[in-house]
Design a protein around this ligand. Structure first.
Ligand SMILES: Nc1ncnc2c1ncn2[C@@H]1O[C@H](COP(=O)(O)OP(=O)(O)OP(=O)(O)O)[C@@H](O)[C@H]1O
Length: 410
């Protein structure tokens, strides 16, 4: 199994010109790219067929949400209440599904309803040491604020003295990354199916002023029915204007992020262009064996002209080029018609967006799942006995920094 060579960037500090972010990325300087943002009023005044399609998709996505009272006034988001109060002893830990920078994701089984869930465990000390407190708080807040067929569902969160815990639906089909590496590349209609579902999810997030910032096949999980569930909201951010934190995965970083410019939601559309390229060719656009981060960032800054293009369907190439446009103000998804341009692009011509959103289109690949709790689609990780330490009573200097994670006794 080929793992992505480049690692994820976890630079929590904003790339303020005065800051001394010391990554290869921030030490690389390219000419600053201007970021233009369309006002909501401007978008609302446009009444073309494309816009009405965009509006329709947005309305449908909104209609899927349940009315819930706001829980926090920290961000102007409608935040869902935690659906329940959980504690570690509610679950039996089965195995590890994945590992991350701050801990593990486990398959667990509820002792009460016997259902399977995924619990993400994050070590508080590691989070604080790596200055990722705000990203962790964002992850919880964003996941509580969203509800969409193609986004992971968070049931609740809690903490003990050492760790934070996030209880999510278990998505059994594994990572799109695994399927892609096993398949080498996807045929055009398969890539189109996944790209279209991602486009709906991104449009939904953007309609709530959330930038996702970490799109890549590793973060797209496949549900039992083959439809996607986007996971890992560790870099998601509420942002109605622009941001400048350096974060993401190198292959998927938009040129303006590398160039130290402020950026907006259009970085997610850029990443969708990279994702479509990777699905169709098997590798990300600027990939070369043993490429150094600095060379990679130089190529990204040069733009799609620096790519060796395989023979994709011409409409696919056209859409990728429009997503990977270096100037965010000319980038697809970020222009006058917003996501309407994306939904109306010829590559997506045959997509019935209504049916897709309602999961009425049969997925191209149905994961083989032997039964509830079958996690065979996930790679095996050594079980390092970490789980035995959960719930142990240890000093807790950081608990107060995560007030939205409830303390529940064991
Ligand atoms: N709800 C879920 N159901 C099934 N598997 C999951 C679920 N959530 C996460 N995973 C698995 O665990 C892996 C790690 O999860 P996630 O990316 O959220 O952790 P992370 O700590 O943020 O990792 P990183 O630091 O690499 O971003 C995922 O790639 C996936 O394989």
């Amino acid at each position: 199994m080929i793992k992505r060579m480049a690692s994820k960037l976890h630079l929590g500090q904003p790339k303020h010109p005065d800051s001394s972010a010391s990554s290869a990325a921030s030490s690389y300087t390219s000419s600053a790219t201007s970021v233009s943002i369309l006002s909501h009023e401007h978008r609302a005044s446009i009444s073309t067929q494309r816009t009405s399609l965009h509006e329709w998709v947005k309305d449908q996505a909104e209609a899927l949400q349940q009315e819930r009272p706001p829980q926090s006034d920290a961000v102007p988001l409608e935040v869902r209440r935690s659906k329940g109060s959980y504690r570690l002893t509610d679950f039996i830990i089965q195995r590890t599904l994945g590992t991350g920078s701050f801990g593990r994701v486990h398959l667990v089984r509820s002792k009460h309803n016997l259902r399977f869930y995924a619990v993400k465990v994050l070590n508080k000390e590691k989070i604080v040491r790596m200055k990722q407190e705000s990203h962790t708080r964002n992850e919880q807040m964003m996941l509580q604020a969203v509800q969409h067929p193609f986004i992971i569902n968070l049931w609740g969160t809690f903490q003990d003295t050492a760790n934070l815990y996030m209880v999510m639906d278990f998505v059994p089909g594994g990572e799109l990354f695994t399927l892609l590496r096993r398949s080498n590349r996807f045929p055009d209609p398969v890539a189109k199916f996944y790209a279209a579902e991602v486009a709906l999810a991104l449009n939904y997030l953007h309609s709530k002023d959330i930038i996702y910032r970490d799109l890549k096949p590793e973060n797209i999980l496949l549900n039992f029915d083959g439809h996607i569930k986007i996971a890992d909201f560790g870099f998601a951010k509420y942002c109605s204007t622009t941001a400048w934190t350096l974060c993401g995965t190198p292959d998927y970083l938009a040129p303006e992020i590398i160039g130290n410019a402020r950026y907006n939601k259009s970085v997610d559309w850029y990443a969708l262009g990279v994702l479509i390229f990777e699905m169709l060719s098997g590798l990300p656009p600027f990939h070369e064996p043993d490429i150094s981060p600095v060379v990679l960032y130089e190529k990204i800054a040069q733009g799609p002209g620096a790519i060796k293009w395989p023979a994709f369907h011409p409409n696919a190439t056209d859409l990728i080029l429009k997503f990977m446009e270096r100037d965010p103000s000319k980038r697809f998804g970020n222009m006058q018609h917003g996501a309407g341009d994306v939904f109306a692009h010829p590559w997506f011509r045959e997509v019935d967006w209504k049916k897709l959103l309602n999961r009425e289109i049969t997925a191209p690949y149905l994961p083989r799942i032997a039964g509830d709790g079958d996690a065979s689609a996930f790679e095996r990780y050594p079980e390092d006995n970490a789980a035995a330490q959960y719930g142990a009573s240890t000093p807790d200097p950081f608990g107060a920094r995560f007030p939205d994670f409830e303390y529940t006794s064991t």
